[in-house]
Design a protein around this ligand. Structure first.
Ligand SMILES: C[S@@+](CC[C@H](N)C(=O)[O-])C[C@H]1O[C@@H](n2cnc3c(N)ncnc32)[C@H](O)[C@@H]1O
Length: 300
């Protein structure tokens, strides 16, 4: 039944949530201006921001790439099914809200292995009546389990857009390439891959400084080159869509990134650097800021 993952025992869920260690989903939530994070996550975000003071632009432009990719695929390419692995904590604009605004019958399956995301997953199960959403509590490293569970909501005989957005840097090469191949192999012709990935090609000094703050906290943090990112598509037999593998802010910009409302200047002055992030306008960006590649591809 859709939503099965949510029936997990609350006590067991609480046991799985470690508030003494930063978690990627919650650190990412800090940068998106969310509230579902703990002090340890805000400290990790603050360390990353100290290492790269405009680093919030990587996070926010990554998220805006997802918005543009889902918009384009739903509006222009007829995609009605999404499998979003490494969903992150729910935000204002999740994949199903973006897709169902254009095509109410869109179906979206979310997958994440963080218990905090599971604890908030109800906010992802707010599909309109014509569409469907589900949430799977699983790891990317288990593509078989993901595909079996996703098949309860998605028709795997019809095209699916697989979203792997800012997740593959948590997985080493030996696993990452075969996992992507296995997932794509299970999808029919016309399916898509929506992929973003951190890189040291663009502004190596600032991303290496950020990388140190993550590896010190025990995270895997693999930076991949343009060719290594493209390999995820070519090795899986995908055709790369225009404009190819590009810095996230150059992937089909549409000038529609949400601009946050500005508070009183006096109030802004009372906030620390991390709290100010939620009020930053991401249109204030240059090539010297971005360390994320974005690309989509199509299964012929
Ligand atoms: C940086 S966030 C990206 C969120 C969202 N995809 C986006 O780009 O806005 C990475 C997410 O991937 C999840 N994640 C990391 N490793 C994972 C794994 N091995 N299996 C499933 N989810 C994973 C984290 O819990 C986190 O929610």
């Amino acid at each position: 039944m859709p939503g099965d993952a949510l029936s997990q025992d609350p006590a067991e869920l609480r046991r799985r949530i470690d508030t003494t260690k930063a978690h990627p989903a919650r650190v990412y939530d800090v940068f998106l201006g969310g509230k579902d994070n703990y002090e340890v996550d805000r400290n990790a975000a603050a360390a990353a921001l100290a290492a790269n003071p405009r680093g919030y632009l990587d996070v926010r432009h990554n998220r805006d790439f997802l918005r543009r990719a889902v918009t384009t695929l739903t509006r222009d390419e007829g995609i009605r099914q999404y499998l979003d692995i490494g969903t992150g904590l729910p935000t204002q604009e999740n994949v199903h809200q973006i897709a169902q605004r254009i095509a109410p019958d869109s179906r979206v399956v979310y997958v994440d292995n963080d218990p905090v995301v599971l604890a908030h997953a109800r906010a992802l199960l707010t599909s309109g009546p014509e569409g469907r959403t589900d949430y799977i509590d699983a790891a990317l490293e288990d593509p078989g389990q993901i595909l079996d569970a996703a098949a309860k909501t998605l028709d795997l005989e019809r095209p699916v857009a697989l979203a792997l957005v800012a997740i593959l840097h948590f997985v080493e090469d030996e696993q990452a390439y075969p996992i992507v191949r296995e997932l794509i192999d299970a999808l029919p012709s016309g399916s898509r891959l929506v992929l973003s990935h951190l890189t040291e090609d663009l502004n190596p000094e600032n991303i290496r400084a950020v990388q140190r703050t993550y590896t010190e906290r025990g995270f895997t943090f693999v930076l991949r080159s343009r060719a290594e990112v493209e390999r995820f598509l070519t090795e899986s037999g995908l055709e790369v869509d225009e404009p190819g593998v590009v810095p996230a802010h150059h992937w089909r910009p549409d000038g529609a990134a949400p601009v946050p409302e500005q508070p009183e200047p006096g109030y802004l002055a009372t906030l620390d650097d991390i709290e100010k992030v939620r009020y930053r306008d991401i249109n204030d960006v240059t090539d010297a800021d971005i360390n994320v590649y974005a690309v989509t591809g199509r299964k012929p």
